[in-house]
Ligand binder design. Sequence first.
Ligand SMILES: [Zn+2]
Length: 229
Amino acid sequence: MYRKYVPLTLVLVVLLTLLATLGWKTAAATPAICLAESGGEAKEVYLTFDDGPSTVVTGRVLDVLKAENIKATFFIVSDRVCGREEILRRAAREGHTLGVHSATHEYSRIYASEEAFLHDVEKCAGVIEDVAGITPNVYRFPGGGAHPRFSALLSERGYRVIGWNAVCGDEEIPRAEAETLYREAVKTSRGKQPVVLLLHDSANHRATAEALPKIISYYRGQGYEFRQF
Ligand SMILES: [Zn+2]
């Protein structure tokens, strides 16, 4: 009497194997990111800015965020802080999260060894603490990627590694204008929950600051809540 179940069982096994394989491939193709805990059904977006501070662009970004009453996350390159201490202090004063992105942003130096990596992290964190009075506990890898060994070192020191799952294209698309950045943010955010959007506020990203109001307006229109790490 069990014989009639054999073909059905075989079909199920094949289906499950296929699903498992496809699922594994999808997971493997996704960049390593540490996303926030999802707030149930609420749509959430995290605006994250890398590579600053810069005088003009970071200032404009802070102006927009203030006008819109939104808190964001800034991953700092500490060698760029000298002479821009007030910009960093302003970001902290206005309630934004400051995270570590490196001291130098020079991959060959940062990732040369575990010692070099930790020295870079501590240097950047030290500048953020000295200048803004904030002890950072979030980190973003320069150049992205997973870096499991370095991630473990960060985790041991209380850092949470933050990736991203959407981009505005301000690094990927050369000389992109604000409208292009807006469209790229919309396109790459589709179907993501929460959205962690990668933007840049270093000196050559004026178009990013220009695109920001429209990007914010899009998420608001879609019912997203703005979050910071
Ligand atoms: Zn960067």
